[in-house]
Design a protein around this ligand. Structure first.
Ligand code: HEC
Length: 106
């Protein structure tokens, strides 16, 4: 196989990748990306398995909890978790997680 043919074969997937990428996937909501961290310990829908269930809490409840955890002296896991986010990010996380209902499977 000639060099030209090989390089054409190698370039095609890259060219397709470059042209296919922009706009191909809508970006997930920012709250979802930020809250993906929470799934490690609270389950992907906030219902566990794991530590305390966080599904079923309202956005304002979650936001209040997280801001409190962020500001109190560091004692537990959550105090450290909450410190990893800005207040604006905490609002996005709370708004996103509030859509999940307790015992639900969504
Ligand atoms: C490394 C494990 C871990 C991660 C990651 C984690 N949590 Fe927690 N979470 C815990 C533990 C353990 C508790 C219970 C003890 C405590 O409050 O410190 C808890 C408790 C909570 C509570 C209080 C629940 C209640 O009923 O009082 C909320 C709200 C909460 N987490 C939200 C979140 C959110 C939102 C995230 C993602 C930003 C998150 N957690 C990430 C381990 C984790």
């Amino acid at each position: 196989m000639s060099f030209k043919a090989i390089s054409r074969q190698l370039m095609l997937p890259f060219a397709l990748l470059l042209t296919a990428t922009p706009g191909a996937h809508a970006a997930p909501p920012a709250g979802r990306l930020l809250a993906s961290q929470c799934a490690q310990c609270h389950g992907s829908n906030g219902n566990g398995p794991g530590f305390d269930e966080i599904a079923g809490k309202s956005a304002s409840e979650l936001r209040k909890d997280l801001l409190e955890m962020k500001r109190r002296p560091v004692e537990g896991i959550m105090d450290r978790q909450a410190r990893g986010y800005t207040d604006a990010q905490i609002k996005l996380i709370a708004d996103y997680l509030a859509a999940y209902t307790r015992g639900g499977d969504n």
